[in-house]
Design a protein around this ligand. Structure first.
Ligand code: FES
Ligand code: FES
Length: 239
């Protein structure tokens, strides 16, 4: 028996009857509710509707309504001529600072570049080393991962606000006493982290301190001295 040339290979026709043209996908068959032309039309109209929805969703007037226009001021980035900025007030080390910043400025860059507080260090700039640790309302924050705009109305403390050269914070004094640094690049972040950590649920053992401080990397490997300093200081801070 000759095979049906319109039937795909390995697909038997029911009851050995030839497949109807529309079911076999005859491109010239445009009749019937499921013909090829019907399929093309419905697919095309579907894509047209999706495309129209996309255009509506990304229409500039709607975006402009959702995002307020920041003020455009004179150039401060040294590259593009002018950058959009917005006004904000930050409370840092007990003092209010009125600023006009690019909204994308991180808290770390704001502290170092705009407020001239270089004690907070930029290590990785990716939230991986802890060198940029500051306190926001008494809790540890990696300032490289946080935008300055997010901290309006909050209390920010940096290493410069923790103690003074004449009156060191007990944690600063312990780091000096226990020689808990070598190059010193990580030290301000270690101290800020330690001060907050011992106010959190940090257990009494050295391992507990290590665990509480795991986000602060010391490339010089001063970890044993850092833990000893934290254990010593917490007796004064907690008593
Ligand atoms: Fe922020 Fe490394 S500079 S975590
Ligand atoms: Fe050098 Fe910690 S003292 S990285």
């Amino acid at each position: 028996m000759p095979s049906d040339p319109k039937r795909p290979e390995n697909v038997p026709a029911a009851n050995n009857q030839p497949l109807p043209d529309s079911a076999a996908g005859n491109p010239e068959d445009t009749s019937g509710p499921h013909g090829l032309l019907d399929h093309r039309l419905s697919r095309r109209s579907f894509l047209s509707q999706v495309g129209a929805a996309g255009v509506v969703a990304t229409a500039p007037p709607l975006l402009a309504a959702a995002v307020p226009e920041p003020t455009v001021t004179a150039a401060t980035d040294g590259h593009s001529g002018s950058v959009p900025t917005a006004p904000l007030t930050l409370n840092v080390n007990g003092q209010d600072h009125h600023l006009q910043l690019d909204p994308r400025t991180t808290l770390l860059d704001c502290l170092r570049e705009n407020l001239n507080l270089p004690g907070t260090k930029k290590g990785c700039d990716h939230g991986q080393c802890g060198a940029c640790t500051v306190h926001v309302n008494g809790r540890r924050v990696n300032s490289c991962l946080s935008l300055a705009m997010m901290h309006v109305g909050e209390r920010i403390t940096t290493i410069e606000g923790l103690g003074t050269p004449d009156k060191l914070h007990p944690m600063q004094a312990a780091f000096v006493e226990f020689d808990a640094y070598q190059c010193g690049y990580c030290t301000s972040g270690q101290i800020m982290s330690a001060v907050a950590a011992i106010k959190e649920t940090c257990g009494p053992s050295d391992e507990d301190v290590q665990h509480a401080m795991y986000g602060n990397i010391c490339r010089c490997g001063a970890y044993p001295n850092i833990v000893a300093a934290v254990q010593h200081a917490r007796k004064h801070v907690e008593s």
